[in-house]
Design a protein around this ligand. Structure first.
Ligand code: GLC
Length: 412
Protein backbone atom coordinates (compact mmCIF):
# COMPACT_ATOMS: atom_id res chain seq x y z
CA UNK A 1 0.00 0.00 0.00
CA UNK A 2 1.16 3.48 -0.81
CA UNK A 3 2.56 5.02 2.40
CA UNK A 4 3.37 1.59 3.81
CA UNK A 5 5.75 -0.16 1.43
CA UNK A 6 6.12 2.60 -1.13
CA UNK A 7 7.79 5.46 0.66
CA UNK A 8 9.70 7.27 -2.04
CA UNK A 9 8.00 8.80 -5.02
CA UNK A 10 8.81 10.96 -8.01
CA UNK A 11 6.77 14.16 -8.26
CA UNK A 12 6.56 15.39 -11.85
CA UNK A 13 5.57 18.99 -12.58
CA UNK A 14 4.99 19.14 -16.30
CA UNK A 15 2.79 21.50 -18.24
CA UNK A 16 2.85 24.29 -20.85
CA UNK A 17 4.80 26.46 -18.39
CA UNK A 18 7.85 24.33 -19.24
CA UNK A 19 7.93 26.23 -22.53
CA UNK A 20 8.99 29.45 -20.81
CA UNK A 21 11.27 27.62 -18.35
CA UNK A 22 10.68 30.18 -15.63
CA UNK A 23 8.22 28.87 -13.04
CA UNK A 24 5.06 26.77 -13.01
CA UNK A 25 3.15 29.84 -11.81
CA UNK A 26 4.47 32.02 -14.58
CA UNK A 27 1.03 33.33 -15.54
CA UNK A 28 0.27 34.73 -12.09
CA UNK A 29 3.73 35.71 -10.91
CA UNK A 30 4.66 37.63 -14.03
CA UNK A 31 1.12 38.91 -14.49
CA UNK A 32 0.75 37.46 -17.94
CA UNK A 33 -2.79 38.05 -19.24
CA UNK A 34 -4.66 34.87 -20.02
CA UNK A 35 -5.05 35.90 -23.67
CA UNK A 36 -1.22 35.93 -23.94
CA UNK A 37 -0.47 32.92 -21.79
CA UNK A 38 -2.79 30.55 -23.64
CA UNK A 39 -0.70 31.04 -26.78
CA UNK A 40 1.72 28.53 -25.23
CA UNK A 41 -0.76 25.87 -26.26
CA UNK A 42 -0.07 26.66 -29.90
CA UNK A 43 3.65 26.06 -29.59
CA UNK A 44 4.07 23.48 -26.84
CA UNK A 45 5.67 20.46 -28.45
CA UNK A 46 7.65 18.32 -26.01
CA UNK A 47 8.52 15.82 -28.71
CA UNK A 48 11.32 14.20 -26.72
CA UNK A 49 8.86 13.20 -24.01
CA UNK A 50 9.20 9.48 -23.45
CA UNK A 51 6.96 8.16 -20.67
CA UNK A 52 8.59 4.74 -20.81
CA UNK A 53 12.02 6.21 -20.28
CA UNK A 54 10.88 8.49 -17.44
CA UNK A 55 9.06 5.74 -15.56
CA UNK A 56 11.93 3.31 -16.09
CA UNK A 57 14.32 5.96 -14.80
CA UNK A 58 12.13 6.54 -11.73
CA UNK A 59 12.01 2.82 -11.05
CA UNK A 60 15.73 2.22 -11.60
CA UNK A 61 16.40 5.11 -9.25
CA UNK A 62 14.39 3.43 -6.48
CA UNK A 63 11.12 5.39 -6.68
CA UNK A 64 8.04 3.24 -6.21
CA UNK A 65 5.38 5.68 -7.32
CA UNK A 66 4.85 8.81 -9.35
CA UNK A 67 2.72 11.84 -8.63
CA UNK A 68 1.88 13.68 -11.85
CA UNK A 69 0.47 17.18 -12.31
CA UNK A 70 -2.63 16.52 -14.41
CA UNK A 71 -3.65 20.18 -14.14
CA UNK A 72 -1.67 22.94 -12.46
CA UNK A 73 -2.94 26.40 -11.45
CA UNK A 74 -2.81 27.62 -15.05
CA UNK A 75 -5.69 25.23 -15.78
CA UNK A 76 -3.92 23.49 -18.66
CA UNK A 77 -4.81 19.78 -18.75
CA UNK A 78 -2.23 17.15 -19.55
CA UNK A 79 -4.75 14.51 -20.61
CA UNK A 80 -7.40 14.07 -23.26
CA UNK A 81 -10.23 15.80 -21.45
CA UNK A 82 -13.57 16.42 -23.10
CA UNK A 83 -14.48 19.20 -20.69
CA UNK A 84 -12.12 21.91 -21.90
CA UNK A 85 -10.19 22.36 -25.09
CA UNK A 86 -7.34 23.84 -23.08
CA UNK A 87 -5.50 20.55 -23.07
CA UNK A 88 -2.53 18.69 -24.43
CA UNK A 89 -4.45 17.19 -27.40
CA UNK A 90 -4.74 20.69 -28.86
CA UNK A 91 -1.03 21.41 -28.91
CA UNK A 92 1.31 20.59 -31.80
CA UNK A 93 2.33 17.62 -29.62
CA UNK A 94 -1.21 16.23 -29.51
CA UNK A 95 -0.49 13.17 -27.35
CA UNK A 96 -2.16 12.18 -24.10
CA UNK A 97 0.76 12.50 -21.69
CA UNK A 98 -1.16 11.01 -18.77
CA UNK A 99 -2.18 7.99 -20.82
CA UNK A 100 1.42 7.32 -21.79
CA UNK A 101 2.59 7.73 -18.22
CA UNK A 102 -0.14 5.53 -16.78
CA UNK A 103 0.65 2.77 -19.28
CA UNK A 104 4.33 2.93 -18.44
CA UNK A 105 3.48 2.84 -14.72
CA UNK A 106 1.41 -0.27 -15.29
CA UNK A 107 4.25 -1.84 -17.26
CA UNK A 108 6.88 -1.21 -14.59
CA UNK A 109 4.72 -1.75 -11.50
CA UNK A 110 4.91 1.88 -10.43
CA UNK A 111 1.93 3.31 -8.56
CA UNK A 112 0.26 6.50 -9.66
CA UNK A 113 -0.89 9.50 -7.62
CA UNK A 114 -2.50 12.45 -9.38
CA UNK A 115 -1.92 16.11 -8.59
CA UNK A 116 -4.88 18.37 -9.43
CA UNK A 117 -4.96 22.09 -8.78
CA UNK A 118 -8.10 23.65 -7.36
CA UNK A 119 -7.12 27.18 -8.46
CA UNK A 120 -7.65 27.43 -12.20
CA UNK A 121 -6.57 30.59 -13.99
CA UNK A 122 -8.22 29.55 -17.21
CA UNK A 123 -11.64 28.09 -16.48
CA UNK A 124 -14.40 30.65 -16.75
CA UNK A 125 -16.28 29.40 -13.67
CA UNK A 126 -13.34 29.19 -11.32
CA UNK A 127 -13.39 31.66 -8.47
CA UNK A 128 -10.90 34.42 -7.81
CA UNK A 129 -9.88 34.88 -4.23
CA UNK A 130 -6.49 36.40 -4.85
CA UNK A 131 -2.93 35.36 -4.25
CA UNK A 132 -3.46 33.94 -0.81
CA UNK A 133 -5.40 31.14 -2.48
CA UNK A 134 -3.07 31.04 -5.48
CA UNK A 135 -5.94 32.43 -7.46
CA UNK A 136 -6.32 35.48 -9.66
CA UNK A 137 -7.51 38.66 -8.00
CA UNK A 138 -9.91 39.54 -10.75
CA UNK A 139 -11.80 37.31 -13.16
CA UNK A 140 -10.38 37.16 -16.69
CA UNK A 141 -12.43 39.16 -19.21
CA UNK A 142 -15.56 37.19 -20.01
CA UNK A 143 -15.32 34.87 -16.99
CA UNK A 144 -18.38 33.88 -15.00
CA UNK A 145 -17.14 32.75 -11.59
CA UNK A 146 -19.51 30.20 -10.14
CA UNK A 147 -18.39 27.81 -7.49
CA UNK A 148 -21.10 25.24 -8.04
CA UNK A 149 -20.44 24.99 -11.74
CA UNK A 150 -16.72 24.88 -11.12
CA UNK A 151 -17.10 21.96 -8.71
CA UNK A 152 -19.22 20.22 -11.34
CA UNK A 153 -16.34 20.69 -13.76
CA UNK A 154 -13.90 19.19 -11.26
CA UNK A 155 -16.15 16.20 -10.73
CA UNK A 156 -16.49 15.60 -14.46
CA UNK A 157 -12.74 15.75 -14.85
CA UNK A 158 -12.28 13.39 -11.91
CA UNK A 159 -14.55 10.89 -13.71
CA UNK A 160 -12.19 10.94 -16.68
CA UNK A 161 -9.09 10.71 -14.54
CA UNK A 162 -10.41 7.85 -12.46
CA UNK A 163 -12.10 5.91 -15.22
CA UNK A 164 -9.54 6.00 -18.00
CA UNK A 165 -6.09 5.82 -16.44
CA UNK A 166 -6.02 2.62 -14.41
CA UNK A 167 -5.71 2.39 -10.69
CA UNK A 168 -5.08 5.76 -9.05
CA UNK A 169 -3.71 5.43 -5.55
CA UNK A 170 -4.08 8.97 -4.28
CA UNK A 171 -5.26 12.45 -5.21
CA UNK A 172 -2.90 15.30 -4.42
CA UNK A 173 -5.21 18.32 -4.40
CA UNK A 174 -3.38 21.60 -4.34
CA UNK A 175 -4.41 24.74 -2.45
CA UNK A 176 -7.35 24.23 -0.13
CA UNK A 177 -10.46 26.11 -1.26
CA UNK A 178 -12.05 28.68 0.99
CA UNK A 179 -15.15 26.57 1.40
CA UNK A 180 -14.69 22.89 1.94
CA UNK A 181 -17.23 20.62 0.33
CA UNK A 182 -17.06 17.02 1.49
CA UNK A 183 -19.09 15.79 -1.44
CA UNK A 184 -16.08 16.15 -3.73
CA UNK A 185 -13.90 13.55 -2.00
CA UNK A 186 -16.92 11.33 -1.44
CA UNK A 187 -17.69 11.46 -5.12
CA UNK A 188 -14.11 10.65 -6.12
CA UNK A 189 -13.97 7.79 -3.66
CA UNK A 190 -17.12 6.31 -5.17
CA UNK A 191 -15.13 5.97 -8.40
CA UNK A 192 -12.14 4.22 -6.81
CA UNK A 193 -12.93 3.23 -3.21
CA UNK A 194 -9.36 2.56 -2.03
CA UNK A 195 -8.16 6.05 -3.03
CA UNK A 196 -6.42 8.34 -0.52
CA UNK A 197 -6.63 12.14 -0.42
CA UNK A 198 -4.17 14.70 0.79
CA UNK A 199 -5.07 17.58 3.08
CA UNK A 200 -5.10 20.33 0.46
CA UNK A 201 -8.52 19.57 -0.94
CA UNK A 202 -12.16 19.62 0.01
CA UNK A 203 -11.75 18.04 3.42
CA UNK A 204 -9.05 17.10 5.88
CA UNK A 205 -8.09 14.11 3.77
CA UNK A 206 -6.01 11.12 4.78
CA UNK A 207 -2.48 12.46 4.68
CA UNK A 208 -0.62 15.69 5.26
CA UNK A 209 1.77 17.23 2.76
CA UNK A 210 4.48 19.34 4.40
CA UNK A 211 6.28 21.13 1.63
CA UNK A 212 9.86 22.30 1.46
CA UNK A 213 12.26 23.05 4.32
CA UNK A 214 10.48 24.71 7.22
CA UNK A 215 7.26 22.84 6.89
CA UNK A 216 9.08 19.53 6.50
CA UNK A 217 11.07 20.31 9.62
CA UNK A 218 7.84 20.81 11.57
CA UNK A 219 6.01 17.84 10.09
CA UNK A 220 3.61 15.95 12.32
CA UNK A 221 3.41 12.18 12.13
CA UNK A 222 0.09 11.74 13.84
CA UNK A 223 -1.34 10.55 10.58
CA UNK A 224 -0.01 9.62 7.16
CA UNK A 225 2.43 12.20 5.94
CA UNK A 226 4.00 12.76 2.53
CA UNK A 227 6.66 15.45 2.44
CA UNK A 228 7.36 17.06 -0.90
CA UNK A 229 10.48 18.79 -2.04
CA UNK A 230 11.89 19.70 -5.39
CA UNK A 231 15.44 19.09 -6.60
CA UNK A 232 15.38 22.78 -7.45
CA UNK A 233 15.15 25.63 -4.96
CA UNK A 234 13.27 28.15 -7.13
CA UNK A 235 10.50 26.23 -8.85
CA UNK A 236 8.68 22.94 -9.25
CA UNK A 237 8.19 23.17 -12.97
CA UNK A 238 11.18 23.37 -15.29
CA UNK A 239 13.32 26.44 -14.70
CA UNK A 240 16.17 27.20 -17.03
CA UNK A 241 18.20 29.00 -14.34
CA UNK A 242 17.40 26.63 -11.51
CA UNK A 243 19.42 26.43 -8.28
CA UNK A 244 19.85 22.78 -7.38
CA UNK A 245 20.07 21.19 -3.96
CA UNK A 246 22.84 18.75 -3.28
CA UNK A 247 21.86 15.09 -2.93
CA UNK A 248 23.23 15.08 0.61
CA UNK A 249 20.90 17.92 1.58
CA UNK A 250 17.93 16.00 0.20
CA UNK A 251 19.02 12.68 1.74
CA UNK A 252 19.37 14.24 5.19
CA UNK A 253 15.91 15.78 4.95
CA UNK A 254 14.40 12.61 3.53
CA UNK A 255 15.92 10.44 6.25
CA UNK A 256 14.12 12.46 8.92
CA UNK A 257 10.82 11.79 7.20
CA UNK A 258 11.39 8.14 6.45
CA UNK A 259 12.55 7.04 9.90
CA UNK A 260 9.46 8.54 11.49
CA UNK A 261 7.15 6.76 9.09
CA UNK A 262 6.65 9.52 6.53
CA UNK A 263 6.84 9.43 2.75
CA UNK A 264 9.03 11.55 0.55
CA UNK A 265 8.06 12.90 -2.84
CA UNK A 266 10.99 14.34 -4.75
CA UNK A 267 10.10 16.56 -7.65
CA UNK A 268 11.59 17.00 -11.11
CA UNK A 269 10.33 19.24 -13.91
CA UNK A 270 10.74 18.05 -17.50
CA UNK A 271 11.78 20.82 -19.90
CA UNK A 272 9.92 22.14 -22.94
CA UNK A 273 11.05 19.11 -24.91
CA UNK A 274 9.80 16.74 -22.22
CA UNK A 275 13.24 15.75 -20.91
CA UNK A 276 14.19 15.72 -17.25
CA UNK A 277 17.28 17.95 -16.99
CA UNK A 278 20.49 15.94 -16.52
CA UNK A 279 21.38 17.64 -13.28
CA UNK A 280 17.97 16.86 -11.80
CA UNK A 281 18.36 13.26 -12.90
CA UNK A 282 21.71 12.95 -11.22
CA UNK A 283 20.32 14.24 -7.91
CA UNK A 284 17.28 12.03 -8.15
CA UNK A 285 19.21 8.86 -8.87
CA UNK A 286 21.83 9.55 -6.18
CA UNK A 287 19.10 10.01 -3.60
CA UNK A 288 17.23 6.92 -4.83
CA UNK A 289 20.36 4.83 -4.75
CA UNK A 290 20.76 5.63 -1.05
CA UNK A 291 17.07 4.89 -0.45
CA UNK A 292 17.39 1.44 -2.01
CA UNK A 293 20.30 0.54 0.24
CA UNK A 294 18.66 1.63 3.48
CA UNK A 295 15.06 0.71 2.54
CA UNK A 296 14.74 -2.26 4.90
CA UNK A 297 15.46 -0.01 7.87
CA UNK A 298 12.38 2.18 7.36
CA UNK A 299 9.70 -0.23 6.24
CA UNK A 300 7.45 -1.70 8.94
CA UNK A 301 9.84 -0.32 11.51
CA UNK A 302 9.09 1.74 14.60
CA UNK A 303 11.01 4.91 15.38
CA UNK A 304 12.73 5.66 18.69
CA UNK A 305 15.01 8.42 19.79
CA UNK A 306 17.33 7.52 22.63
CA UNK A 307 19.84 10.08 23.84
CA UNK A 308 21.34 11.67 20.78
CA UNK A 309 20.63 8.77 18.44
CA UNK A 310 17.77 7.73 16.17
CA UNK A 311 16.77 4.08 15.92
CA UNK A 312 14.19 2.11 14.02
CA UNK A 313 13.25 -1.31 15.25
CA UNK A 314 11.57 -4.28 13.66
CA UNK A 315 11.42 -7.83 14.93
CA UNK A 316 14.84 -8.70 16.34
CA UNK A 317 16.68 -5.96 14.48
CA UNK A 318 17.59 -2.45 15.54
CA UNK A 319 18.79 0.09 12.99
CA UNK A 320 20.92 2.99 14.09
CA UNK A 321 20.58 6.09 11.87
CA UNK A 322 23.59 8.37 11.81
CA UNK A 323 23.55 11.84 10.29
CA UNK A 324 25.76 12.61 7.29
CA UNK A 325 29.26 13.65 8.23
CA UNK A 326 28.60 12.14 11.64
CA UNK A 327 32.13 13.06 12.58
CA UNK A 328 33.52 9.86 14.03
CA UNK A 329 34.26 6.23 13.28
CA UNK A 330 32.69 4.94 16.48
CA UNK A 331 30.10 5.66 19.15
CA UNK A 332 29.07 4.53 22.58
CA UNK A 333 25.40 3.71 22.57
CA UNK A 334 24.09 4.34 26.02
CA UNK A 335 22.31 2.99 27.98
CA UNK A 336 22.64 -0.33 26.21
CA UNK A 337 24.91 -3.04 27.47
CA UNK A 338 23.80 -5.91 25.28
CA UNK A 339 25.52 -6.65 22.00
CA UNK A 340 23.81 -7.81 18.83
CA UNK A 341 25.12 -10.93 17.14
CA UNK A 342 26.13 -8.85 14.12
CA UNK A 343 26.26 -5.27 12.90
CA UNK A 344 26.30 -4.23 9.26
CA UNK A 345 26.56 -0.85 7.60
CA UNK A 346 23.66 -0.86 5.14
CA UNK A 347 25.33 1.77 2.98
CA UNK A 348 27.94 -0.70 1.77
CA UNK A 349 26.90 -4.01 3.27
CA UNK A 350 30.13 -4.33 5.27
CA UNK A 351 30.35 -5.61 8.83
CA UNK A 352 31.19 -3.09 11.49
CA UNK A 353 32.64 -3.79 14.90
CA UNK A 354 30.30 -4.10 17.81
CA UNK A 355 31.01 -5.01 21.42
CA UNK A 356 30.14 -4.19 25.00
CA UNK A 357 33.06 -2.47 26.69
CA UNK A 358 34.09 0.20 29.16
CA UNK A 359 34.71 3.61 27.83
CA UNK A 360 37.79 5.32 29.30
CA UNK A 361 35.57 8.36 29.85
CA UNK A 362 33.27 6.48 32.12
CA UNK A 363 35.66 4.05 33.74
CA UNK A 364 36.77 6.25 36.61
CA UNK A 365 33.54 8.10 36.89
CA UNK A 366 30.38 7.31 38.69
CA UNK A 367 28.84 5.58 35.80
CA UNK A 368 31.09 2.63 36.05
CA UNK A 369 29.35 0.35 33.59
CA UNK A 370 30.17 -1.14 30.21
CA UNK A 371 28.17 -0.02 27.21
CA UNK A 372 27.45 -1.07 23.69
CA UNK A 373 30.11 0.30 21.41
CA UNK A 374 29.96 0.47 17.67
CA UNK A 375 33.26 1.05 15.93
CA UNK A 376 35.38 0.89 12.86
CA UNK A 377 32.75 2.64 10.77
CA UNK A 378 34.23 3.94 7.49
CA UNK A 379 32.82 7.39 8.31
CA UNK A 380 35.13 9.23 5.93
CA UNK A 381 33.71 7.28 2.98
CA UNK A 382 30.17 8.35 3.78
CA UNK A 383 30.38 12.06 4.31
CA UNK A 384 27.59 12.57 1.80
CA UNK A 385 24.89 10.30 3.05
CA UNK A 386 23.22 9.23 6.26
CA UNK A 387 24.67 5.97 7.49
CA UNK A 388 22.45 3.20 8.76
CA UNK A 389 23.78 0.39 10.92
CA UNK A 390 21.79 -2.78 11.18
CA UNK A 391 22.15 -4.64 14.47
CA UNK A 392 20.71 -8.12 14.56
CA UNK A 393 19.92 -9.79 17.86
CA UNK A 394 18.91 -13.36 18.60
CA UNK A 395 16.47 -11.89 21.05
CA UNK A 396 16.02 -8.15 21.11
CA UNK A 397 14.00 -8.03 24.36
CA UNK A 398 16.88 -7.08 26.75
CA UNK A 399 17.79 -4.23 24.37
CA UNK A 400 14.16 -3.12 24.25
CA UNK A 401 13.80 -3.28 28.00
CA UNK A 402 16.77 -0.97 28.38
CA UNK A 403 15.38 1.30 25.71
CA UNK A 404 11.96 1.49 27.36
CA UNK A 405 13.47 2.15 30.76
CA UNK A 406 15.48 5.01 29.31
CA UNK A 407 12.49 6.47 27.51
CA UNK A 408 10.44 6.35 30.67
CA UNK A 409 13.22 8.25 32.42
CA UNK A 410 13.03 10.97 29.75
CA UNK A 411 9.31 11.08 30.16
CA UNK A 412 9.51 11.60 33.95
C1 GLC B 1 2.69 24.91 -3.98
C2 GLC B 1 2.80 25.72 -5.24
C3 GLC B 1 2.75 24.92 -6.46
C4 GLC B 1 3.40 23.56 -6.39
C5 GLC B 1 3.07 22.86 -5.10
C6 GLC B 1 3.79 21.55 -4.90
O1 GLC B 1 1.40 24.69 -3.62
O2 GLC B 1 1.77 26.66 -5.33
O3 GLC B 1 3.25 25.67 -7.53
O4 GLC B 1 2.90 22.82 -7.41
O5 GLC B 1 3.34 23.68 -4.05
O6 GLC B 1 3.45 20.95 -3.67
Amino acid sequence: MLFKDERFGMFIHFGVYAQNGWHEQDQLRRNIPKSEYIKLRDIFNPDSFDADEIVRFAKDSGAQYICFTTKHHDGFCMWDTKHTDYNIMNTPFGRDVLKELSEACEKYGIKLELYYSIPDWNHKNSINLGREYHQLKEPNPGDEPNEELYIEYIKKQMCELLENYGKIHAIFWDIPPERRDKSVNEFVRSLQPHILFNDRGYDRGDYSTPERDERIKNASFERLCEACQSVGAQAWGYRRDEDYYTPQYIIAQMSKMLIKGGNYLLNVGPDEKGRIPERAKKIFSTVGNWYKRIYESIVDAKYYRVGEFDYTIKENTAYLHLPPACGCSGFILKPFDVAPKSATLLNNGAEVEVKVCFSPWDYDGEENAPHLHIGNIPAEEFLHENMVIKMEFDDISPFMEQMNRELKKDFI
